[in-house]
Design a protein around this ligand. Structure first.
Ligand code: SF4
Ligand code: ZN
Length: 306
């Protein structure tokens, strides 16, 4: 029987491929929490007395993020924010999974329902000219609303569950496309450069998707079992599949190397041209144009049939 590398007592169950170590369940959970804490401290993500909003979707990453933040910093002022996107079956399922979990954690929850509060859902974009890029539209809507909710509730920072795989996929895509502006947004901490833009932090940026799945499973956290039906053709999923299939077989350390080399050697030299920030003529939120992307998008859709 193989024993755990860390405690040398318990049977090892989990293999950490990039460090080539086998751990038992308990040592894995401890290793995970220590690594998240080190990341938060290394990037100075949280200051004492700050109010932190946590974007929760019902998936394994954001559920783990909320749970681990509460465990590591029990007195931290946390507020969970959940957007119900109105995606058939999927959104209600996510909502159900989240509610009882957040209640148990004793964290206040702000729920925002697109259909109830704005009269449309992500489905409304399917038949527009943006229909083939539905995830990118959904991303714009989510970023806008999460920031607005965090701003209106006077939260100091917004934490998201982006994991190492998410970040490496964006870096990879930006390198391929030569997209410096997007690349500058990959950093683990994004300061709000306007009074109405809330700073963003990514405490799970050093944890792989697999580590999050293992943590959520072994810590017995509830998370959604359905996939979003609109995710077909999603570019980021295709890129992740490519990175995992081609590169990782030969080089398990690839994701960590790419991320570290970006943060240490590339990010300090990226100075994308500073965009002038206006306030949207329709909603008053920050934008680089007269009308923000959210208001431009919502203008092109028709309300859902009742
Ligand atoms: Fe939105 Fe795409 Fe995610 Fe579905 S898969 S929730 S459409 S980003
Ligand atoms: Zn607007």
């Amino acid at each position: 029987m193989r024993l755990c590398y860390a405690c040398s007592k318990e049977p090892a169950e989990i293999f950490i491929d990039y460090s080539k170590r086998w751990l038992c369940i308990n040592c894995f959970l401890n290793y995970y929490e220590r690594k998240v804490k080190r990341t938060i401290e290394a990037y100075r993500m949280i200051k004492p007395n700050e109010k932190i909003g946590v974007a929760v979707s019902g998936g394994k990453d954001s559920t783990t993020l909320l749970y681990v933040l509460k465990k590591l910093y029990p007195s931290l002022n946390l507020t969970a924010i959940h957007l119900n996107l109105g995606v058939k079956e999927y959104s209600d399922h996510c909502n159900e999974v989240l509610r009882s979990f957040i209640k148990k954690l004793n964290v206040p929850l702000i729920e925002f329902n697109l259909i109830k509060q704005l009269g449309f859902s992500i489905h409304n974009f399917e038949k527009t000219r943006h229909g083939r890029k539905i995830c990118s539209i959904c991303g714009t809507i989510k970023r806008y609303l999460l920031n607005k909710i965090a701003y209106e509730n006077k939260l100091d920072k917004l934490a998201t569950g982006h994991n190492l795989d998410d970040i490496v996929e964006v870096i990879f895509n930006c390198y391929v496309q030569g997209d410096i502006v997007q690349l500058a947004r990959v950093n683990p901490v994004l300061p709000g450069n306007h009074p109405k833009l809330v700073a963003r932090i990514k405490p799970l940026c050093m944890m792989t998707e697999m580590e999050n799945l293992l943590y959520a499973s072994y810590a017995e956290l509830p998370f959604r079992s359905l996939s979003c039906p609109l995710s077909k053709g999603n570019r980021s999923l295709k890129n992740k599949k490519f990175i995992n299939a081609i590169i990782l077989k030969e080089m398990p350390t690839f994701k960590h190397m790419l991320f570290k080399s970006y943060v240490k050697r590339i990010a300090p030299y990226i100075n994308p041209p500073l965009e002038k920030i206006f306030e949207c003529e329709i909603c008053g939120m920050p934008t680089s144009k007269n009308i923000c992307a959210f208001c431009r998008l919502t203008k092109i859709i028709k309300p859902l049939p009742q």
